[in-house]
Ligand binder design. Structure first.
Ligand SMILES: NC(=O)c1ccc[n+]([C@@H]2O[C@H](COP(=O)([O-])OP(=O)(O)OC[C@H]3O[C@@H](n4cnc5c(N)ncnc54)[C@H](O)[C@@H]3O)[C@@H](O)[C@H]2O)c1
Length: 464
């Protein structure tokens, strides 16, 4: 009997240490949650710097024709060397509406159309598409992307690409095994201020970048009812943590050359109670009918291997102005985007300081700022800005993102955002939740490159 009790106690102990049943889970060691980095399975190779053969015309199959997918149809058909050849949604009327949009734009209707729960599988199985572009609810991203890669297609996935660490590994492993690109469509990396600041950082204007901030602070009150099947509310209702970290993380990880010289190492998250979140759930499902999990504000701090820090926030229920924070603190300069873009480029740009006058620690004037931004405009923005602003999509950044994706596929170049970006940025969904559920315990993050995070030298947008 005593032996049985000891075995039961041991089993309970092991379960308590395992984050998940998979090999991709975690253990608690020395008061830290330590995620496994499993060895690379045989037959796979790294996708760092991967480029496929040039594709003459990139034939696209678009899955998910709701708000985001339908708006992608304003951009994709007018990009040189891109052609939308297949459309799919749960609902046939959304497919037909999308076909009509193509007609109105003066381009051919898509050759193939699918609907229903499993129509996307038939789309992925087509022989005449190169790229599956996914704009579906979060929970469907990884299963669809894996299936598409297994069927020989490159994939572009809306954000976040995955909702669990296990899904992140599934994307990495499938991409490595099938040698197919897997890009997460992190459009905020292509916004104009962010691109220019990246260029400035790469040219040393901020000195050593030591701390960066990013966020998704967006009051979703007008949007909650629009998501098909209530998917977004359900996900927020059921999960704590930063469930939408990539808009904040993407641009600042590029500034820090994450997995191109540095890596995110340890993360700590903390959330508030769900004040407005619970009120919203009460309104929606009835007073006290559900416990709303997602804290109104979630803050996540990440320390990198090279001693830098990142602060990320998520807040979608308070009535506050839209804010992606985007802030750069460097040894020689500072930039912040919200509430209005500002630059401060160190003592050289300021008068002699009076220690009593805090106003002396000021931003460049608007005119000085604008002239620096113009001088350092990113070459990609310089080339595409006019058309991008005309076509639109969050002010133009969506058009730049899609154009870059097609340009790189057409020219056989590495993509700007690779599968490791997709995994690293998306993994924060689970890692932040796990940290919070353990009383804000530090989490040692998995290394999706499996030790190769400093093989590439900095973030580069490839050109032919
Ligand atoms: N990058 C950005 O700025 C941005 C902005 C908005 C949304 N998004 C992302 O885009 C994705 C979609 O969001 P949305 O706002 O368009 O949501 P939505 O609910 O408006 O659209 C989702 C669509 O997917 C379809 N769908 C669901 N199950 C399907 C299936 N089995 N097969 C085919 N289609 C299916 C739905 O019918 C719906 O039309 C999400 O990942 C979201 O995070 C990104």
């Amino acid at each position: 009997m005593k032996r049985i009790l000891i075995l039961v106690a041991l089993a309970v102990c092991v379960c308590a240490c395992n984050g998940t049943d998979s090999g991709y889970g975690y253990r608690i060691r020395d008061n830290r949650i330590v995620y496994n980095t499993p060895p690379r399975p045989a037959g796979q190779q790294s996708m760092l710097g991967f480029a496929c053969d040039p594709i003459d015309t990139v034939r696209i199959g678009l899955v998910g024709l709701g708000d985001r997918g339908y708006s992608a149809l304003k951009r994709l058909p007018i990009i040189e060397y891109a052609s939308v050849v297949a459309l799919c949604d749960l609902f046939p009327d959304r497919v037909e509406k999308s076909q009509e949009r193509l007609e109105k734009m003066g381009v051919p209707r898509a050759l193939h159309e699918f609907s229903g729960d499993d129509g996307w599988k038939s789309l992925c199985e087509l022989d005449d598409i190169d790229l599956v572009y996914l704009a579906v609810p979060w929970q469907l991203h990884t299963p669809m992307a894996v299936y598409a890669m297994e069927h020989g297609k490159h994939v572009a996935i809306e954000v976040p690409a995955a909702t669990t660490v296990e899904e992140c590994w599934a994307l990495v492993n499938t991409s490595e095994r099938t040698r197919r690109h897997c890009m997460m469509l992190e459009n905020c990396c292509y916004d104009f201020f962010e691109l220019t600041c990246l260029n400035m950082a790469q040219q040393g204007l901020f000195g050593e970048v030591v701390h960066v901030e990013g966020s998704y602070c967006h009051n979703l009150a007008p949007w909650w009812d629009g998501y098909q099947g209530d998917w977004r509310m359900i996900y927020n209702r059921d999960h704590r943590g930063d469930v939408y970290p990539t808009h904040g993380l993407g641009p600042v990880c590029q500034l820090l050359n994450i997995h191109r010289g540095d890596r995110m190492d340890v993360l700590v998250s903390m959330d508030t109670d769900a004040f407005n979140g619970q009120a919203k759930a009460d309104e929606r499902y009835g007073e006290g009918a559900v416990d709303y999990a997602n804290g109104d504000l979630t803050a996540t701090l990440i320390r990198t291997r090279k001693g830098k820090s990142i602060l990320i926030e998520h807040n979608v229920v308070e009535p506050r102005p839209y804010n992606r924070m985007y802030q750069i603190v460097g040894t020689k300069g500072f930039a912040s985007k919200y509430p209005r873009p500002g630059l401060a480029l160190g003592a050289g740009s300021q008068e002699v300081l009076d220690s009593d006058d805090l106003d002396d620690e000021r931003f460049l004037s608007d005119a000085q700022r604008d002239s620096v931004l113009a001088a350092y405009k990113h070459p990609i923005a310089r080339e595409m800005e006019d058309l991008a602003r005309k076509v639109g999509g969050h002010g133009g950044m969506d058009f730049i993102m899609d154009s870059r994706l097609i340009y790189c596929l057409h020219n056989g170049l590495p993509l700007d955002e690779d599968v490791y970006d997709a995994a690293e940025w998306s993994s924060v969904v689970e890692l932040s939740e796990v940290s919070i559920r353990h009383g804000s315990m530090p989490v040692v993050m998995p290394d999706f490159t499996r030790g190769e995070w400093d093989r590439l030298d900095g973030v580069r947008f490839a050109v032919k």
